[in-house]
Ligand binder design. Structure first.
Ligand code: HEM
Length: 171
């Protein structure tokens, strides 16, 4: 059994380790009353995003220079009921659509599913992927993020879209 002093030291060490691992409680963003709901958390150098959106098509989200498509770095994910497969892609916008598939894919799908009305996706990506050509870093400051949903899983024109300004590090 540990003595009182050892227990205190152990608790102190665990507290320091917890702080160093910097797990954030997360940011919860509800856009337009449940139309597009984002939950973002950080763990060390990794961003973890879960999205539930009112669509049976694709779900797209990512950092953007000014809230427009141009120059944005978007992750597009979903579940295709025809092929019964989940999908995800790291994309980038030049001056106009369609989104370009990044040469280096810096995103990892955890899961994607859909019911008759909503699609849920969960994925991770490094905060700074190091891909300066086709990705934007997630920084500890207020940034623009664009979001969109498609009416189906073909990566075409969206049925809903918009932007938010948020610091994803805020917990
Ligand atoms: C092939 C795919 C896409 C096409 C053809 C397309 C096309 C367009 C067009 C024509 C507009 C201007 C009309 C409007 O305001 O609705 C627009 C706006 C917008 N789209 Fe897309 N889009 C595509 C994919 C995406 C994706 C994946 C996102 C991701 C998050 C997105 C986000 C936005 C946003 C935020 C706006 C408003 C700001 C802006 O005009 O840049 N779009 N899109």
């Amino acid at each position: 059994m540990l003595g009182k002093k050892s227990q205190t030291i152990l608790v102190a060490i665990l507290s320091i380790l917890f702080c160093l691992s910097s797990v954030s409680n997360g940011v919860f963003i509800d856009i337009q009353d449940g139309l597009f709901v984002v939950n973002a958390t950080m763990e060390n150098d990794t961003l973890h995003v879960s999205i539930v959106a009112e669509t049976i098509g694709y779900v797209a989200f990512g950092p953007s220079p000014e809230g427009m498509m141009t120059g944005s770095d978007v992750i597009i994910a979903g579940y295709d009921p025809i092929t019964q497969t989940s999908y995800i892609g790291d994309h980038f916008f030049n001056f106009r659509p369609p989104p370009i598939v990044d040469t280096i894919q810096n995103v990892r799908l955890l899961w994607a599913s859909e019911n008759g009305t909503h699609t849920s996706v969960s994925f991770t990506r490094p905060l700074d992927t190091g891909d300066t050509l086709q990705d934007l870093p997630i920084q500890n400051q207020t940034q623009f993020y664009i979001w969109a949903t498609g009416s189906d899983d073909a990566l075409g024109f969206h049925n809903n879209r918009g932007y938010i300004q948020v610091n994803l590090f805020d917990a």
